[in-house]
Structures are given as C-alpha cells and as structure tokens.
Design a protein around this ligand. Sequence first.
Ligand SMILES: CC(C)(COP(=O)(O)OP(=O)(O)OC[C@H]1O[C@@H](n2cnc3c(N)ncnc32)[C@H](O)[C@@H]1OP(=O)(O)O)[C@@H](O)C(=O)NCCC(=O)NCCS
Length: 196
Amino acid sequence: MTTKEAAVTAIPTLTTKRLVLRPLDNADVPGFVEIWSDPEFTRYIGGRSDPDSVWHAMAGNIGCWALTGVGPWAVVERSTGSLVGRAGLWTEPGWPGVEAVWFIRRDRWGRGYAREAANAAIGWAFAQRPDLDEVVAVILPDNTASVRVAERLGMTPRRLEFIHGEDHAVYTISQADWSAALRGLPAVPAVPAQAG
Ligand SMILES: CC(C)(COP(=O)(O)OP(=O)(O)OC[C@H]1O[C@@H](n2cnc3c(N)ncnc32)[C@H](O)[C@@H]1OP(=O)(O)O)[C@@H](O)C(=O)NCCC(=O)NCCS
C-alpha cells in the first residue's frame, strides 16, 4: 500500500444505485475546477474556482475526515465514470452539527443525484454514530434547489442562524425519525394479493 493509499484508507467508499461516493483524489482538481467555474453552480455557495483555491478546499475536506471522522466524498457517476460532484458530511467548530452537504455539476441537475448521494451519506453517518442525535443542512433560504433536496430527505426547517456572514436556514432530521422512515419501507417486496 502506498503512503497515499494508507492516508485515505479510513475514508470509506459508498456505492448507490447510480453513484459511487469515494475519497477525494489529487487527480480530481481539474474536474472540481471545471464544476466550480460555472457561475450558476456557485450562485448560492461562493467559493473560488482557481486550481489553488480548489486544491485547498479539497485539502480542507480531507482534513475534515481526519479531524472529525466525517467529511465529503467525490461523487462519481457509475454509468460513465465521470466526476459529477461532491457530497457527504461536514462539521467544523461552531457549526450547528454534522451537516449533510451536496454539490452536483449543472449538466447533471434534476436527476436525483443530490438526494441519492445525501441519502447514502446520512445513512452512513447514523449507522456509524448511534449517539448522533441529528444531521443538519445549512442552506441560504433562496437556494430553492437545495431546500427541495433537504425537504425530499425528510428534513425540517428549524431556525435561521447567522453563519459565515449570512442568515442560513438550518434543516434537521433526527436519527429517530430517519430510522422510523426506514422502518416504514417494506423490508421485502410486497406479495401481490391473490386474485379471486
Ligand atoms: C442543490 C443541488 C445539489 C441539487 O442537485 P440535484 O442533483 O439537481 O438535486 P435532485 O435531482 O436530487 O433534486 C432533489 C429535488 O429538488 C428539486 N430541484 C432540483 N433543482 C431544483 C430547482 N432549481 N428548483 C426547484 N426544485 C429543484 C428536484 O425536482 C427534486 O425534487 P422532486 O424529487 O420533488 O422532483 C444542485 O442544484 C447544486 O449542486 N447546486 C449548486 C451547489 C449548491 O447550491 N449546493 C447546495 C448548498 S446548500
């Protein structure tokens, strides 16, 4: 195992129906630069798209894993092998909690990818941390696409918090509600009713 492989071993890889959530890699820099260069994509999230800033943001993402045990993954589309975004978890000192985060490149919007990735990340977080009361989402209220992702995940708006210089809506879902929603799903396919 290389030193680099050893360093990212602790970050798991999650596979969903259409996506792979895998550790960020140095080779992802050009892909993230391209994604973050789209002004429509960065409309509600700020952030700079020059390679230096993108690399430092990625280093912060890996650092989040190392310092807190949670963090964001690179999101790869299984059908094409393309890097289509970044999603997963985030927390930092003073943050409202463990946050679910989602960033999907514009030409893949509207396919349910953000929801699919976040669903896997939140499920992973609660499975790893039975002590974790809730997962939060921190969203600028005008970011309707992101608000909709939170709502579709079953999250509820709780309060406004002034974070990084702006009022953000804080959405939450408790571990109890997440588990209850999962229990509500049929464990096995329903047996069709017998005719006659
Ligand atoms: C927010 C974002 C991640 C959504 O990604 P996505 O993969 O298109 O989201 P999904 O396809 O999973 O959509 C989830 C729901 O949001 C809805 N939605 C998506 N874009 C929308 C929009 N612009 N306006 C209203 N609803 C929208 C979808 O229709 C879907 O709802 P439905 O299941 O009821 O149909 C994407 O727009 C993005 O990356 N934006 C830029 C980065 C960003 O702002 N991240 C969030 C920071 S808080």
